[in-house]
Design a protein around this ligand. Structure first.
Ligand code: IMP
Ligand code: ZN
Length: 339
């Protein structure tokens, strides 16, 4: 089966984590030549072929390296364009890109998001076969004030056909363990009232997989859950009952050793046969983990013995989980393969 040509939906991709090393290297080369950076070459910091980042080494990669490289309009535009081109070339027909609004030495968080929205709009004009929407991420390490400002930005830029469609909770899963993410409850309740789509990372690590945490997250009425690795039987039952859309990121989980036993041991195996929830495969951070979405489909076909029609049906499950509105769902029903 041609997994690249298979029309696919990507709902779980972090923008900065999706930037390839080659693109980072190009940005670095230009800045180095004009004396704008003292950072080491990305191809040295993140050698080609290195994908075994774990929870300890993964998060500092952004805060202490990549964020210091992608700081101005030119590098942001270059990075997002190359990310969009990468998804397009891999056969993505609908993309929800998520990113944490951040200010740099050169610009405000709002300017950062505006640059992204403009770049996405321009890209879509010349490549109308892929529609892209933006989700704004709140990081677990953020203060409530920062989370409120992200919500304010999201509601102001909310637009299902062009703009922001949802809000996410991401970041180091060991931060605010045991249900302490409840400090964000008023923010997510407000997002829900505003009609924003809600997706949250749940149970990526044992620390963020408690039933207490699940109760808090479910009280926010999320539409989708990312990862769902460490859930116990009670949590599994609750998730199944609510028929949520599950964003499963196989290579990321295996490479980062968030699960043990390789692909065959991935909880895709459990969820694929559960009635109710919809599964949407995602890359999470293709720039770091190196597996494009076409490869994720190839991997599930290989390890879970899915035939062509099962793969097409799996790809179509994501349609119901998108935040981009009914018209977009209808377009996807037309363009996505039935068998
Ligand atoms: P950005 O939001 O576009 O800057 O993408 C990078 C950020 O996404 C990182 O700083 C993390 O906070 C977040 N992120 C990326 N992958 C993961 C993940 O697997 N779990 C939680 N957070 C993640
Ligand atoms: Zn993620």
């Amino acid at each position: 089966m041609d997994y690249v040509s298979l029309p696919k939906i990507e709902l779980h991709a972090h923008l900065t984590g999706s930037v390839s090393r080659h693109t980072l290297h190009e940005i670095w080369k230009k800045k180095k030549a004009s004396g704008q950076t003292d950072l080491d070459d990305p191809l040295v910091v993140m050698p080609e072929g290195k994908h075994d980042y774990n929870l300890q080494t993964f998060f500092p990669l952004f805060s202490s390296y990549i964020y210091n490289l992608i700081t101005d309009e030119e590098s942001i535009r270059y990075a997002v364009n190359s990310v969009l081109q990468g998804f397009l070339d891999d056969g993505i027909v609908y993309l929800e890109l998520r990113t944490t609004p951040r200010s740099t030495t050169n610009m405000s968080a709002e300017t950062y998001i505006t640059i992204l929205l403009n770049a996405i709009e321009e890209f879509e004009k010349s490549h109308p076969q892929m529609h892209t929407r933006l989700i704004l991420s709140i990081d677990r390490r953020h203060s409530v004030e920062t989370a409120e400002s992200i919500l304010e930005l999201a509601t102001r830029l909310q637009n299902s056909t062009r703009g922001v469609v949802g809000i996410d909770l991401c970041g180091d899963p060991t931060a605010r363990p045991g249900g302490d993410v409840s400090i964000f409850t008023p923010v997510f309740e407000q997002a829900s009232r505003a009609g924003l789509g809600i997706t949250v990372h749940f149970a990526e690590a044992e620390a963020s997989g408690s039933y207490e945490e699940l109760r808090t997250l479910l009280s926010w009425n999320p539409d989708r859950l990312g990862h769902v690795i460490w859930e116990d039987e009670a949590a599994k039952k609750e998730i199944a009952k609510r028929e949520l859309c599950l964003e499963l990121c196989l290579s990321c989980n295996v490479q980062a050793e968030m699960i043990h036993g390789g692909f065959e041991a991935h909880h895709f195996k459990h969820w694929k046969d559960v009635k109710g929830p919809k599964i949407s495969l995602g890359t999470d951070d293709v720039g770091v983990f190196g597996s494009p979405l076409s490869n994720e489909y190839r991997l599930v076909a290989k390890h879970f013995h899915l035939d062509r029609s099962q793969i097409c049906a799996l790809a179509r499950q994501g349609i119901e989980g998108i935040f981009g509105g009914d018209q977009e769902k209808e377009r996807l029903r037309q363009v996505m393969w039935k068998e």
